[in-house]
Ligand binder design. Structure first.
Ligand code: ACO
Length: 321
């Protein structure tokens, strides 16, 4: 019997406070027209003072667990992807585990920036396929509002806070069309470390630092690499563009999504776009997109997810829902 990691629940959480482009234009030299025309972003959500990454994660996790109709006792692993943890250590996942009342199993963080959800899901897939875990809670969560420089108009306009969660459960499936994660592909090129990073951190400096970015370089690599990885994973699984029911790209920028989709020949009406209201929520963006549209995906439909982020890291995953 073959084991597959099947999605049985999903959910998300966006902080209450909304910061529109017009609000930003009152604080820095920018405009709704500039931001929207270059990024497709109109607004972002911002965590309240004292509202932590773990708080956002817990709300998303509860929503996903409710949808999956499971309780804390059913979860035997939490894999939480973030680059904006509550503290340098312990893992935010440990705090989330306690807040959810989960008493056993493993809980840990991974850092793969904007590709974090795909990386975390690949791990969940492996733990399930090997029979090590049965029910895994994967969370993508960020509070980028805490690490952007709010005086740097070239970066602060791009990001938002939020959390998304997915429950994967082991299902035995020997059919020709098994439901669950079908495969993934992951890449890293550390030579591109400096084009998107923070200028601080516990080892390099004594301060946390702020996000810095060479936007044009990131854009160029994003389109090329996301096209390549999408083509590669579709070929590996014998999938044509017409076989894809849904494409859920990481939501960094509507232009990156459009340029990638155009080169791949992806249909716009099956490509999910949530960046307009969420901005770039890094590891949370794909599960937050699921929060918005997951109910539209029918069992048996084929979904392609792809993402790229700081590292650079990038990857893609195909699932049969
Ligand atoms: N408002 C108004 N003007 C601005 C702003 C702003 N918020 N930001 C920059 N400008 C100005 C610049 O100062 C520059 O002015 P100048 O010509 O007088 O020097 C001008 O606008 C053009 O700046 P560019 O950086 O060349 O603008 P570009 O068209 O390249 O767009 C952008 C910038 C949107 C950041 C683009 O490069 C991009 O989308 N890059 C991808 C970055 C990204 O998405 N990163 C997210 C993390 S990685 C990921 O998730 C994939």
């Amino acid at each position: 019997m073959a084991l597959y990691a099947r999605v049985i629940g999903w959910g998300g959480y966006l902080p209450e406070k909304v910061l529109t482009n017009d609000d930003l234009a009152k604080q820095i030299d920018t405009s709704d027209e500039w931001i929207f025309s270059r990024t497709g972003i109109r607004q972002r959500h911002i965590a309240a003072e004292g509202e932590l990454t773990s708080d956002l994660a817990v709300k998303a996790a509860i929503a996903a667990m409710d949808r999956a109709k499971i309780t804390a006792d059913d979860v035997d692993m939490i894999i939480l992807s973030t680059v904006t943890p509550d503290n340098t250590f312990p893992a935010t996942a440990a705090r989330v585990q306690a807040k959810l009342g989960i008493k056993g199993g493993a809980a840990f963080d991974i850092g793969a920036a904007c590709a974090g959800f795909i990386y975390a899901s690949s791990l969940a897939n492996n733990y399930i396929k090997t029979g090590y875990a049965k029910t895994i809670l994967v969370i993508g969560v960020e509070t980028f509002s805490r690490i952007v420089d709010w005086e740097d108009r070239t970066t602060c306009v791009l990001f938002g806070d939020g959390a998304g969660a997915v429950i994967y459960q082991a299902h035995e499936d020997d059919s020709d069309t098994p439901r669950g994660i079908l495969g993934y592909e992951l890449h890293t090129d550390g030579r591109l470390y400096d084009i998107l990073r923070t200028d601080g951190g516990p080892s390099e400096t004594s301060s946390m630092g702020h996000l810095t970015m060479d936007g044009r370089e990131v854009y160029r690599h994003a389109v090329t690499k996301l096209v390549e990885v999408s083509q590669s994973i579709m070929a590996a699984h014998n999938l044509a563009v017409t076989d894809l029911d849904w494409i859920i790209p990481h939501q960094a920028n509507a232009r990156i999504i459009a340029a990638t989709g155009e080169r791949l020949g992806l249909p716009e009406d099956r490509t999910v776009l949530t960046v307009t209201n969420h901005a770039n929520t890094s590891a949370a963006s794909i599960p937050l997109a699921l929060m918005e549209m997951g109910h539209k995906i029918q069992p048996g439909e084929t979904v392609l997810m792809e993402a790229l982020g700081a590292g650079l890291v990038w990857g893609a995953m195909v699932l049969r829902w």
